[in-house]
Design a protein around this ligand. Structure first.
Ligand code: ATP
Length: 724
């Protein structure tokens, strides 16, 4: 149409020049040739694409493309790099959705419920290697065999054949130790494994030596002879496609020509397919430039023509557009639809075994994963929340007598925490200004007599009050140390007056009596507060770390697509990851609890079962959150940034290291909806108050955790589904 339109425009302007005439003649001739009916028996198509469009953002990659792969034949899809071949294959197998048009594969649209495409009817070899590097050849084929539901006997038989046919090394060889060519052959083997009805091979012969290349083509020719297997293959070696029954020449997202290789060469009077293709490209360019120059203003904007989708849509040669009858409405029984949606345990088991085998092959990494939480919780128990030790304080004591009160008082000061250094007034102040001491404690030379007067006389002068006081100058730059020094001084004074006054001590003591605590003990330290929240946080973030990269790497290596084409659904992928990581976090949690309760003697007044369930649920929430990151983000760096970026704000806002009550109000609402705020509180209530699920503060910790869990899992499944 575009060519006709261009022709009409030319006709109004005057006779076309001789080059244009030649182009048009060539075009007409080729059109007539390729529009000739196909030989009998080719009316059945394994694949039909009609007016298929697909864009990446504004880049229109497939442009009203029509293509038909006859049943039981080899179709060679040829075209320069970047013309859209891989995109088309991905649309055919259903890993990419088309923006417009229709595709039928073996009679039904891709991903049609119960059709097994994606599934065992199709063998797909993507352009990327899409192999697990830690697997052996045998593991690889066994994994795909499991997904396709082959018995181990069938898998073994096919494996032996493929190893022999593809000239592969021993089946116990690790994929990562194979050469590039060998790896590609293993990838081809995985596509051929289940004897699929449809083989979709994206450049299977790249990096393969000519002898094996010819062997592969020979095999393809053999398997299509039965008429039951169809093959679509892309290759950069145009000449090898002469062995195909039909070739399609693709450029700029549309098919320039489609037909048997001999016919294509004949009509271009070319001796090779490559020449024929070159000529087609030239003709296409001439038609394009002619169309450009015939636009009203002489400069047709190419992107505009792409946008309206009309000009570019028409193949310059007669590519047979399948009839409209293929707008078939396929109905499907609800049971089949339900089976299609429900996860298959076979696939989940295969994926879980895969993850466990990969873990087994990386024992160092697995041990590290098991030990990391134990190390982290040990560090927290050892280093956070305890009393500072060995704090140097300068003592300026102007009393010299050994029986002086000051000496007695200082003997009650806890020596493990406070290290006393006796100095002169000048040295002590120089030292504290130079940061050598955290405090200066001073006693006047009449401290003993003045303190006695303060204690016993009803009224005393200011001088006596001052002289009978212990003077303390603190370096308040470290609040914890300053608080500790103050606390130790109070304790020492209490012990001193108890010793000096015995039953009369009440006269100088603060009239506040702290009774036995209702919950916890008098000596509860900050570690006790931090540990439960820290345990949840460690479990959550290790689980995020375990999963955040899993899909990112698998997607990048084409493994997700390959599994998806083999019939694995997003939900199955998600559940398999969840279950296999559950194993890892279970071991982590057991080690962590042993360390916390038995080694560091953290108190637990409540149900250990509730404690374990809450920690496991937090781990599962971490896995689910990791799956969200993994499904939404494409590269490792961004996934790492997302996981790390969320770590600090969440830790600070969840009331783990400092009470939520300190958070100013608008921010506190945010804090309360985070996954670990109520959960940490619930864990503290179980462990230190011995509360159970009947208490709101406990059950709401579980409820919030479960809520986040469900939300993350659904979100991850939806994102993964939308992106495949
Ligand atoms: N995920 C993507 N996002 C954006 N653009 C993409 C994406 N994948 C492919 N493209 C672009 O789409 C165009 C077609 O790519 P495609 O991989 O289908 O080409 P191809 O014909 O298979 O090339 P080759 O033979 O080199 O593999 C290219 O311009 C490519 O840059």
């Amino acid at each position: 149409m575009a060519a006709e339109a261009a022709g009409r425009n030319d006709a109004t302007r005057g006779p076309a020049n001789s080059t244009e005439m030649e182009v048009r003649l060539k075009e007409e001739k080729m059109k007539a040739d390729l529009e000739a009916p196909l030989p009998a028996g080719q009316e059945d198509f394994a694949i039909r694409c009609r007016d298929v469009c697909r864009s990446y953002g504004k880049l229109k990659v497939l442009n009203n493309l029509n293509l038909a792969v006859p049943q039981g034949q080899i179709y060679g899809l040829l075209g320069p790099s970047g013309c859209g071949k891989t995109t088309l294959l991905k649309c055919i197998v259903g890993t990419l959705k088309i923006s417009r048009g229709h595709i039928t594969v073996l009679g039904k649209p891709p991903a049609f419920p119960g059709h097994d495409i994606p599934g065992k009817k199709v063998g797909y070899m993507p352009q990327e290697l899409a192999l697990y590097n830690e697997f052996t050849i045998s593991d690889t084929l066994t994994f795909f065999g499991r997904i396709h539901g082959l018995t181990s006997k069938e898998t073994q038989a096919r494996m032996n054949f493929l190893i022999d046919f593809l000239d592969l090394p021993q089946k116990t060889s690790l994929v990562r130790n194979l050469s590039g060519g060998q790896q590609r052959r293993v990838s081809l083997g995985a596509a051929l494994l289940q004897n699929p009805e449809l083989l979709i091979l994206d450049e299977p012969t790249v990096g393969v030596d000519p002898v094996l290349r010819s062997k592969i083509w020979h095999h393809l020719v053999e398997i299509v002879k039965t008429g039951k297997v169809s093959v679509i293959i892309t290759t950069h070696y145009i000449e090898e496609a002469r062995q195909a029954n039909v070739v399609g020449l693709m450029r700029h997202g549309r098919l320039l020509a489609e037909g048997p290789p001999d016919a294509v060469m004949k009509q271009h009077c070319a001796t090779t397919l490559e020449h024929a293709f070159l000529q087609l490209c030239e003709t296409s360019d001439q038609v394009d430039s002619k169309r450009d120059s015939s636009s009203p203003d002489g400069t047709l904007d190419k992107s505009q023509s792409f946008e309206n989708g009309k000009d570019e849509s028409q193949p310059i040669l007669g590519v047979r557009s399948p009839p409209a009858e293929e707008n078939l409405k396929c109905s499907v029984d609800w049971k089949v639809r339900a089976r299609h949606v429900l996860p298959k345990w076979r696939n989940i088991a295969a994926l879980m075994i895969k993850t466990l085998v990969r873990m087994k092959r990386m024992p160092g990494s697995l041990c590290f994963q098991f030990l990391l939480p134990v190390i982290q919780v040990s560090l927290i128990c050892l280093c956070v929340g305890g009393d500072p030790k060995g704090i140097q304080v300068a003592i300026v004591n102007n009393e010299t007598s050994p029986s002086a009160f000051s000496q007695s008082f200082l003997s009650f000061l806890d020596n493990s925490s406070v290290q006393q250094v006796n100095l002169s007034h000048k040295e002590a102040f120089e030292g504290i200004y130079n940061g050598e001491y955290w405090s200066v404690i001073g006693f006047g030379k009449n401290f003993t007599s003045y303190l006695t007067k303060r204690m016993l006389q009803r009224q005393v002068s200011q001088e006596i009050i001052d002289g009978g006081s212990i003077h303390v100058w603190l370096d308040q730059t470290n609040r914890q140390i300053a608080l500790m020094v103050q606390k130790k001084l109070h304790q020492a004074f209490q012990a001193f007056v108890d010793y000096k006054l015995g039953g009369m001590a009440y006269m100088v003591a603060l009239p506040i009596k702290f009774e036995e605590p209702i919950y916890g003990s008098q000596n509860t330290d900050f570690t006790t507060f931090v540990t439960p929240g820290a345990v949840l946080s460690i479990t959550f973030y290790l689980a995020v770390g375990l999963t955040a990269l899993s899909f990112v790497l698998e997607r990048k290596e084409g493994l997700l697509d390959r599994c998806w084409v083999a019939g694995v659904s997003s939900l199955e992928t998600m559940l398999a990851h969840l279950f296999s990581q559950l194993f890892v976090i279970s071991v982590q949690i057991i080690l962590l609890l042993l360390m916390m309760l038995l080694v560091f003697k953290n108190p637990n007044e409540g149900s250990l079962v509730l404690v374990i369930i809450l920690i496991v649920l937090q781990g599962v929430t971490g896995i689910s959150f990791g799956l969200v990151i993994s499904s939404a983000i494409d590269d490792e760096q961004s996934a790492n940034q997302a996981a790390l970026g969320i770590f600090y704000p969440n830790l600070i806002l969840s009331g783990i290291i400092w009470p939520v009550e300190c958070i100013p109000y608008p921010l506190r609402y945010l804090s309360l909806v985070l996954p670990q705020t109520y959960a940490s509180e619930a864990l503290r209530c179980i462990m230190y108050r011995g509360w159970g699920l009947s208490r709101m503060m406990v059950w709401r910790g579980f409820a919030v955790t479960l809520g986040w869990n469900t939300f993350f899992l659904i979100l991850a499944t939806v994102i993964l589904k939308l992106r495949t």
